[in-house]
Design a protein around this ligand. Structure first.
Ligand code: KG4
Ligand code: ZN
Length: 366
């Protein structure tokens, strides 16, 4: 089938996501006008398997993906009411992430593509997050993206599909990672973000004055490890911790983290304004699991309003890891003729903006 013909019909892609601790499969459909519809979206979190270890164990994750993926693909196809031969391609996260998990997804996707003679589309997990507003709200690039999850904290200018410019990234912990580590040191369950947020609701956010890392700095990077250490030191000083101490520590940490993010994003907005043409839309999009945090959302909305930016945050189930975002990114590449061959390999590290300098300490998140 020629590229031109592909543009003229509704396209359906199966998405597969196995880069971390969620096993997910989804079918998304793209109409000729570019609008997208989720036909199925199944996610199985492995939280219970990893909880006892206080974090994701790569070996356990890979084994769980092996156990779960074929059943989830079957369920996604059933719910979409489609057979493999009605698909126009399979999009799979091929990086960045835990290599064992990525390989499980990749091998499954290759098998389906080979058996059904349809294109394989390898997708950067970060691109899945970056393009989600197109799936949830029909928002097309360009826009300013804040991506905040357990593995990534970065700001990118999304110029177009496949064209990203990194403005800033974390030099140490990702924001979600900081929430998870603070939860762990306070004896709260994994994943810690939702627990910290829940405790913070009943806490005094002014009881402790924690640092706002990088605040006021002209460079656009983030840092959270100093903040986490400050929480640890305060917790050690107070030990043994009363329930109210934990709530106050959570609230004060959440306030400091949110303030630090706002300071960084405000600077990135200035950089966006300088980089873009006057006619470019002023729009801030936030994606990734930490976008579920109500305090951060409210603060970002305020910041956007104050600076004349529109604000968009996808629904929580599309902010956290899922395969619908991978299928959608796959469709956007498929219509552009960007497909892969069956010898595609997994990439543990894969920056969205390959031209951005590597930041030491940011690992695969850079
Ligand atoms: O995007 P995601 O599902 O997975 C990746 O890391 O790629 O994000 C998970 C992260 C975890 O660190 C979790 O603690 C954090 O998002 N998170 C939150 C909240 N909900 C999830 N952090 C703060 N507040 C929340 N409400
Ligand atoms: Zn993610």
């Amino acid at each position: 089938m020629s590229k031109q013909q592909k543009h003229q019909k509704t396209l359906r892609v199966l998405g597969i996501e196995t880069s971390c601790d969620e096993t997910a499969a989804s079918v998304v459909e793209r109409a000729t006008d570019g609008s997208a519809r989720i036909r199925s979206n199944v996610v199985r979190s492995q939280i219970d398997e990893h909880k006892a270890f206080g974090g994701v164990v790569p070996e356990i994750a890979a084994r769980a993906h092996v156990d779960l993926l074929d059943k989830l693909v079957e369920q996604a196809m059933l719910e979409a009411e489609l057979s493999f031969d009605q698909l126009d391609g399979v999009a799979v996260t091929s990086g960045p992430g835990l290599i064992g998990g990525l390989m499980v997804g990749l091998m499954t996707a290759k098998a389906i593509c080979f058996a059904s003679d349809i294109p394989l589309i390898g997708i950067n997990h970060l691109e899945g997050h970056a393009l989600t507003p197109g799936l949830s709200d029909g928002v097309k690039p360009p826009y300013l993206l804040l991506l905040v999850s357990g593995g990534h904290t970065q700001v990118q200018i999304v110029h177009d599909v496949g064209h990203y410019e990194r403005l800033g990234t974390t030099v140490d912990d990702a924001l979600g990672e900081a929430f998870d580590k603070v939860a762990k040191l306070l004896g709260l369950d994994y994943p810690g973000g939702p627990q910290v947020a829940r405790m913070a609701l009943q806490g005094d956010d002014k009881r402790f004055s924690f640092p706002r890392p990088m605040k006021g700095r002209t460079e656009l990077n983030f840092s959270f490890s100093g903040l986490k250490t400050a929480v640890r030191q305060q917790a050690t000083k107070l030990a043994p911790l009363a329930d109210q101490d934990i709530k106050d520590l959570c609230a004060s940490f959440e306030r400091a983290a949110s303030d630090a993010v706002i300071d960084r994003v405000a600077r990135c907005m200035q950089a966006y304004e300088s980089a873009m043409a006057a006619s470019a839309p002023r729009r801030l999009v936030v994606a990734g699991g930490v976008a579920a945090n109500q305090r951060l959302r409210a603060a970002l909305l305020q910041l956007a309003n104050d600076n004349g930016f529109a604000f968009d945050v996808p629904p929580v189930d599309l902010c956290t890891d899922n395969a619908a975002m991978i299928a959608y990114a796959g469709l956007e590449h498929l219509v552009r003729g960007n497909t892969d061959t069956l010898d595609l390999s997994a990439r543990a590290r894969w920056p969205l903006d390959e031209t951005a300098p590597r930041v030491s300490g940011a690992g695969i998140k850079a």
